[in-house]
Write a protein that binds this ligand. Structure first.
Ligand SMILES: Cc1cc2nc3c(=O)[nH]c(=O)nc-3n(C[C@H](O)[C@H](O)[C@H](O)COP(=O)(O)OP(=O)(O)OC[C@H]3O[C@@H](n4cnc5c(N)ncnc54)[C@H](O)[C@@H]3O)c2cc1C
Length: 405
């Protein structure tokens, strides 16, 4: 049984994923005398995106120079490696290659190289066929980039260490304590939760797939809304895991940068293929058939979802094919690892659900979005690479909380 929820605190953080825990820890460090409380709806911390990711420590290649993602990913990965070193959490700088398999992808690869260099990604370089053969002998490419600073880690283990830091600094984490409403008072803010009420001086909302609901409950603009995209993975059979040494990524479609299945040797040593990206009917659709009427209706009623679907319906059909056919899933990865066969993957994989913010105009919001209402800071869009960036993102969130006065 989790500890009881206190009746009041100085800073209340809603959401016990890696972003909420990192923010709570940072705030506790800055204000050692303050009471910091994390309220988590689930039975355990890190049970949503944080515990269902690819486990890749991104190096910062993809993101628009000057964006929050670009800055916080590069800073965050350096901090994360340092933190894992201090805390004894295995984090392997295994590196990755991004491969262009057709001539038409070359301009996009050039753009990635330009962005990566502008973002200060350590060690990023263009490689030739001989280098690619040394790094990933089974990958096929007309051109490739190598990022030696990309790595792998278990983000749930990082979240657990952040939670321990918080508790040893007198912070508290209360699970099974979903927040349903926020009521601003004259000089406090009251949160209604599953076990009662808590009064806080300031609030940070890091609810991942449910971020928009709490933001709206606190009086924020409903734009953007979170739309859930399920990402499924397959595993390579252990006797075929030698097809991938570290990590092989395709060149992403610049319009849909979060799409594109990679093959990655994760922290456990297994090789995963994925993830797919299918719009689903629940924000926790770890099973494909899970549908929650409220989630589905909210997604469909949002004008941005319909606009996005009209624009990307062809991509949607491809994703449905990948979701229902292992042959089609594997065929997509075979473009860059030609020896791969459907028989090389195991019967079951796992899945995660991405919280993707979609604007009213149908745009997929790429950058991190942090906004505020009275006494509250809202993390409204923290998709990948937010796990990599979490320690740097936590500083930004804490700066915003401190600026609330
Ligand atoms: C398939 C997939 C692959 C990914 N791969 C990578 C990767 O390789 N590298 C990387 O850096 N990032 C990756 N990401 C992104 C990364 O996982 C997320 O950006 C990060 O985990 C976000 O953390 P979070 O704390 O914001 O959200 P979450 O981990 O989703 O946590 C949100 C928490 O809020 C809680 N909550 C929600 N509503 C309430 C409420 N009302 N009251 C109380 N608690 C509430 C939830 O229960 C949950 O525990 C991936 C994501 C997915 C889905």
């Amino acid at each position: 049984m989790s500890e009881p929820a206190p009746a009041g605190c100085d800073i209340c953080v809603v959401g016990g994923g890696i972003v909420g825990l990192a923010a709570a820890r940072e705030l506790q460090r800055r204000h050692p005398g303050a009471s910091v409380v994390v309220l988590e709806r689930g039975e355990r911390i890190a049970s949503h995106q944080t515990g269902h990711s690819s486990g890749v420590i991104h190096s910062g290649i993809y993101y628009e120079p000057g964006s929050l993602k670009a800055r916080l990913c590069v800073e965050g990965s350096a901090r994360l490696y340092g933190y894992c070193g201090e805390r004894g959490i295995p984090a392997r700088r295994s590196g990755k290659v991004v491969v262009a398999t057709e001539e038409r992808e070359l301009p996009h690869l050039d753009e990635l190289e330009r962005r990566g260099l502008a973002n200060g990604v350590p060690g990023l370089r263009r490689i030739g066929a001989a280098d690619l053969r040394d790094l990933e002998p089974h990958a096929a490419a007309v051109a490739a980039l190598h990022s030696p600073n990309t790595g792998v880690v278990d983000f749930a283990a990082v979240a657990a260490a952040l939670a321990d830091d918080l508790r040893s600094g007198a912070g508290r984490i209360v699970t099974r304590c979903g927040v349903s409403a926020l009521e601003p008072k004259a000089d406090r803010i009251e949160l209604i939760h599953a076990r009662g009420r808590i009064d806080a001086d300031r609030v940070v909302l890091c609810a991942g797939p449910w971020a928009d609901r709490l933001a709206v409950a606190a009086g924020a603009d409903p734009d953007p809304r979170v739309v859930p995209f399920r990402g499924a993975y397959l595993r390579l059979r252990p006797d075929r895991a030698g097809l991938v040494r570290s990590s092989i990524y395709p060149v992403p479609d610049p319009e849909l940068p979060f799409l594109g299945m990679h093959l990655t040797r994760v922290a456990t040593g297994e090789v995963l293929l994925g993830p797919t990206a299918l719009l689903v009917g629940a924000r926790d659709a770890y099973r494909l058939r899970r549908i929650l009427p409220r989630d589905l209706l909210e997604s469909l009623a949002w004008p941005g979802t319909r606009r996005m679907m009209r624009r990307f319906w062809r991509t949607g059909l491809v994703e449905i094919r990948h979701a229902v056919s292992r042959r089609s899933f594997v065929a997509a990865c075979r473009r860059y690892v030609p020896e791969l066969r459907p028989a090389d993957v195991e019967g079951s994989g796992y899945s995660g659900v991405r919280a993707q913010a979609v604007g009213r105009d149908g745009s997929l919001i790429d950058d991190f979005v942090i906004s505020q209402t009275e006494r509250a800071v809202h993390v409204r869009n923290a998709p990948s690479p937010a796990a990599t960036s979490s320690l740097a993102l936590a500083e930004l969130i804490a700066d915003r909380v401190d600026a609330l006065g």
